[in-house]
Design a protein around this ligand. Structure first.
Ligand code: ITT
Length: 200
């Protein structure tokens, strides 16, 4: 456990969308550092869960930059696809991380499972495991999730990744159609953040 409040923190991600969202969720008194400031490439994510991969990243980046690190491992689980892409959400976008490719793959896989999928409610959820480590020491690791469904077609230009195809529960718009400040208040990442609030 940390005895003092955090004053400086490395955000262990090379995903610009995540970085933007995480900095927005952090209290403004924390001095934030990015992996690009240290020219750090991401480690191989060999974990079998969001939590394991999050810890791999926060430990790796903390050791490289020699400072406290917050990392996020997240992804989209689709029930009809047996919870895929899940921890492989980034990998579905290919080596160039093209999310048009990932979204196309989601629709293709859904069609293979059920050609009438567009007429049905395709349950899905976003998951986020946030962890804070100092070198190899785990300070905390938590999970947040948000339920929803897959949109029949991609909609909206905001956000990143799978945002254009995810409609959160009790809403009609996709994450990509929402104002970023609105999405940040309700998504999986903000739910995980609430659980680490006492450290920030
Ligand atoms: P880092 O490992 O460097 O953080 P990454 O993009 O590889 O970046 P992940 O391994 O956690 O991150 O992959 C999760 C993927 O799931 C990510 O690439 C996003 O496109 C997608 N994802 C996660 N959170 C999302 C969100 O809030 N909105 C849309 N897509 C999201």
């Amino acid at each position: 456990m940390l005895k003092k409040r955090i004053t400086k923190l490395l955000i262990g991600t090379n995903n610009k969308g995540k970085f933007k969202e995480i900095t927005n969720l952090l209290p403004k008194n924390i001095k934030v550092f990015s992996t690009s400031q240290f020219k750090l490439k991401s480690p191989r994510e060999y974990g079998k869960s969001f939590e394991e991969n999050s810890l791999i990243k926060s430990k790796f980046f903390s050791k490289k930059a020699k400072m406290l690190c917050l990392a996020d491992d997240s992804g989209l689980e689709i029930d009809l696809l047996n919870k895929q892409p899940g921890i492989y959400s980034a990998r579905w976008a290919g080596s160039k991380l093209d999310f048009n490719i990932a979204i196309h793959k989601v629709y293709n896989e859904l069609k293979k499972k059920d050609k009438n999928w567009q007429k049905k409610k395709i349950k899905a959820r976003f998951i986020c495991a946030l962890s804070i480590c100092y070198y190899n020491k785990k300070i905390i690791c938590v999970r947040g999730s948000i339920n929803g469904k897959i949109s029949r077609i991609p909609k909206g230009k905001n956000g990143f990744g799978y945002d254009p195809i995810f409609i959160p529960e009790k809403h009609k718009k996709t994450f990509a159609e929402m104002k970023p400040s609105y999405k940040y208040k309700l998504d999986h990442r903000s739910k995980a953040f609430k659980k680490i609030k006492k450290f920030l």
